[in-house]
Structure formats: structure tokens, C-alpha cells
Write a protein that binds this ligand. Structure first.
Ligand SMILES: *Cc1c(COP(=O)(O)O)cnc(C)c1O
Length: 426
């Protein structure tokens, strides 16, 4: 490095040593980065062709009011999302509050009293426990609507227990077989559509043609060339303040999949009989289109950032999940620390590296929907957006931080340098 470069990094208080560590790690990651770029190229192509097939023009960005009948921006956005995700239909709505609501909406739309929901990837994401009724007894939970919940845990190696799935699906013919693709807040691998889902989905459909396969796809979009819907899932669901919003969408969620199931879910979306015909959005749809267009690139930046964090912490002798060279099916990188203080310091360093609220110091708090205290670092343009560089950690042993996102790789690597400096102070 030249003197001027060293001076530039010192503007952010980054040490020469951490810059060097990152540059060394990047050299070791050349082939990993190349693979990530190959996936990005294919996904950008898919998204571009979806835009062109629908003839996207300025008129699709226009706001609507009142009932929102004939909202061409809304209806066409549905089609562009469906096509980009290898699905034949989708609903994409700014008004869906978060991923949890999108998932609950899909489940509540598909399941009826007396039906069984079978999770085949272990316990669902924390915020869904109350919605399903695994924990608590909230009004309108699936449990109180008369829906039974069953679960098959993942095998010790993190794969779906296909034999148990075949046995259970044959015995109880569940209405919904549910899969969570991402690790979420668990120490396990994300499930790869081609390698970990396709065969299982084929088996389920051949045993029980009444079983609808529903995938929580949060954090997974555009990390691989295939989506769950590409390999036989009937429905997949995600949040627009994660991958498919490209960091540009200000809110929302999507549900994509087979038309007949999407139509059913639409009856829940507004009201039975009205379905998807109504629902105005009085602001521009442009950020949702633009965000989807950016999503393959932003997801690739996030994947590179995740691999860099893994490599750096491997080099420090810490446990990481996944390993820096693993095939990734989500943007989340789990890092294990030795003490709660290191974990907290790490998360605070991510906040310090942010473009927004960099001066704030995040502290553990009782976040609604979560069992333990959680610390969240997110100095993002969109509140709580986790496609932007962010870190979360439940404060419990073993001390594991989940770091994800980065709108650009150039920012992700600065975050890594700042985190290294913070950790090296121990
Ligand atoms: C983010 C996420 C959800 C939904 O969480 P929200 O905070 O409600 O958007 C569900 N499942 C997984 C795996 C997630 O990562």
C-alpha cells in the first residue's frame, strides 16, 4: 500500500494491519468470488428478461389511490417477480409489514380448520412460533384457527430427514409441508434448492398430491441459480427488506408460486371475494421495480461480504458457519465468539461501520417475538433492513453473531476491517 492509501483508511480509523488482513483474505477468496459472480450473471439475465417480457415502462411506476382497481403498477410487479423467481404467479405488496406477515398470510390462506402443517426443517424462525401457535396462545394463531402443527427435525448434518418425511407424509398427508431455507438464527446450514430440496419435493408430491410445499425463502433469493419454486416448491415467501428488494424497496413482502395457490392466498390478502383486485399504493412503485432489478447484484455483494467475514474469522481461529468456501443458499454468516462481551463489541463495530446512525451504540433488548434478548446493529437507509450490512445476535450461549447484507462489496470490506480492529482490541 502507498502512503496515500494508508492515510485514506485512517480517515475511518482503520488500522494498516486490518487492511492487510482483508487484502490477504481476498486473494484466498478469488475462486469463491468468481462463483458468486457467475450466479449473479444468470440471475441478472433472468430479471432483465422478466422486465422486458412485461414491457416495463414509466407508467408502471405510478401511484394509485382509493380502491386501487386496475392498478397496473401493482399487477405488473406481481408478474415481473413471478417470472424472475421461476414461478407462474406472485403477489408483491408494499403493505405486507414483514417476512413474518407474508409467511403467516400464505399459511393462513392455504390451511383450513382440521388441516395439518408439517415442518420438515425443524423449528421455524422465532417470530413464527406465536403465529403458528407453537408458543403462547395468541388470537388468530393457526392453532386457534384449528390447524395442527407437526415437525420433523433436520438430521445432525443439517439435511432434511427424507426417510422420516416419506414416512410421515404417507401417514398423515399434511395439507402443507413447510421448509425454511435459511439458517435464520440457528447454527445450521442453509438448504440448497437443487441439492437439498428437489428430491424431497418430488417424493412428497408423488406420495400426496394434496400436500402443498411452502418454503420460507427469506434471505435465499438470488443466492443460487435455482429458487425453491424452480425445483418443485408450490409456494415461496420472502421479505422486500431482504434480498429481492435490492436495498431499494422501502417495505413489503412477496409470495410466489403456483397460480391456484396464489389465488387462494389472495382471498386472505384483502377479503374473500375481493382478493387481489383491490389495494392502492399512493406512492411510486419505482423502488420495488428498481430494487428487484438491483437484487442479483446486491445479493452477490452480500455473499462476497459474508465469505470475507468467514475467511477473516477462520484466520483468527474462530468457528464460522458456513465455512468461507461453502456453497451458500442464504446471505447469513454465523460467527461464534468466546464471550458475550466480544459478541456485543462485534455487533457494535458493525453499527460503527454504517452509513446511517454510525454514532449510535446498539445494546441488547427484549425484541417482540424473540425469546432471548437480542442485539441488532443496523445503520441502514431502510429501518431494520438486513440486505444492508447488519448484524444480529441473541444474547445466549454459545455466543453467535449473525452478520448479513451489504449494498456494495466495497462497503462490506470496510465493515470487515472495522470489525477486525474491534475484535483485535481484546
Ligand atoms: C427474516 C426472516 C423471517 C421473517 O422475519 P421478519 O423480521 O418478520 O421479516 C422469517 N424467516 C427467516 C429465515 C428470516 O430470515
Amino acid at each position: 500500500m502507498t502512503d496515500t492509501t494508508i492515510n485514506t483508511y485512517s480517515r475511518l480509523g482503520i488500522s494498516y494491519k486490518s487492511v492487510e488482513k482483508v487484502m490477504e483474505a481476498e486473494k484466498e477468496l478469488t475462486s469463491v468470488f468468481k462463483k458468486i459472480e457467475e450466479v449473479e450473471y444468470i440471475n441478472q439475465l433472468k430479471v432483465l428478461s422478466a422486465f422486458q417480457n412485461e414491457g416495463i415502462a414509466l407508467r408502471h411506476f405510478s401511484p394509485t389511490t382509493g380502491y386501487g382497481y386496475d392498478d397496473i403498477g401493482r399487477d405488473t410487479l406481481d408478474k415481473v417477480f413471478a417470472c424472475s423467481l421461476d414461478a407462474n404467479d406472485a403477489i408483491v405488496r408494499p403493505q405486507i409489514a414483514n417476512g413474518t406477515q407474508a409467511i403467516f398470510l400464505a399459511l393462513a390462506g392455504l390451511l383450513e380448520p382440521g388441516d395439518v402443517m408439517l415442518s420438515i426443517s425443524g423449528k421455524p424462525y422465532d417470530t413464527l412460533e406465536k403465529a403458528i401457535g407453537i408458543r403462547g396462545n395468541e388470537y388468530s394463531s393457526l392453532k386457534r384457527l384449528g390447524i395442527r402443527y407437526e415437525q420433523i427435525d433436520l438430521l445432525p448434518d443439517g439435511k432434511i430427514d427424507i426417510n422420516k418425511v416419506i414416512e410421515t407424509v404417507s401417514a398423515i398427508k399434511p395439507k402443507v409441508a413447510y421448509v425454511q431455507r435459511s439458517r435464520g438464527y440457528s447454527w445450521r446450514n442453509s438448504l440448497l434448492p437443487k441439492e437439498d430440496m428437489e428430491e424431497v419435493f418430488k417424493e412428497i408430491h408423488s406420495i400426496s398430491d394434496q400436500t402443498i410445499i411452502v418454503v420460507d425463502n427469506c434471505y435465499g433469493e438470488f443466492t443460487r441459480v435455482e429458487e425453491p419454486t424452480t425445483v418443485g416448491a408450490d409456494i415461496q415467501i420472502g421479505s422486500l427488506i431482504k434480498n429481492p428488494g435490492g436495498g431499494i424497496a422501502p417495505s413489503g413482502g412477496y409470495i410466489a408460486g403456483k397460480e391456484e395457490f396464489i389465488e387462494r392466498i389472495c382471498q386472505r390478502l384483502t377479503s374473500p371475494g375481493t382478493g387481489r383486485e383491490v389495494g392502492a399504493y399512493p406512492a411510486s412503485y419505482r423502488p420495488f421495480y428498481q430494487g428487484l432489478f438491483m437484487a442479483p447484484s446486491v445479493t452477490a455483494s452480500s455473499l462476497k461480504t459474508a465469505a470475507l467475514f468467514a475467511k477473516l474469522f477462520e484466520n483468527l481461529g474462530l468457528e464460522t458457519m458456513p465455512a468461507s468456501d461453502a456453497a451458500r443458499s442464504d446471505i447469513v454468516q454465523a460467527l461464534r465468539f468466546k464471550t458475550a462481551q466480544e459478541l456485543i463489541t462485534f455487533c457494535q463495530s458493525i453499527q460503527k461501520a454504517s452509513p446511517v446512525d454510525s454514532f449510535a451504540v446498539p445494546m441488547p433488548w427484549d425484541m417482540p417475538g424473540y425469546t432471548n434478548q437480542v442485539i441488532m446493529a443496523s445503520g441502514s437507509f431502510v429501518q431494520g433492513s438486513s440486505i444492508e450490512l447488519s448484524a444480529d445476535a441473541p444474547i445466549k450461549e454459545p455466543y453467535t453473531a449473525y452478520v448479513q447484507g451489504s449494498l456494495t462489496y466495497a462497503h462490506g470490506r470496510l465493515g470487515a476491517m472495522i470489525a477486525l480492529d474491534a475484535i483485535n482490541s481484546f
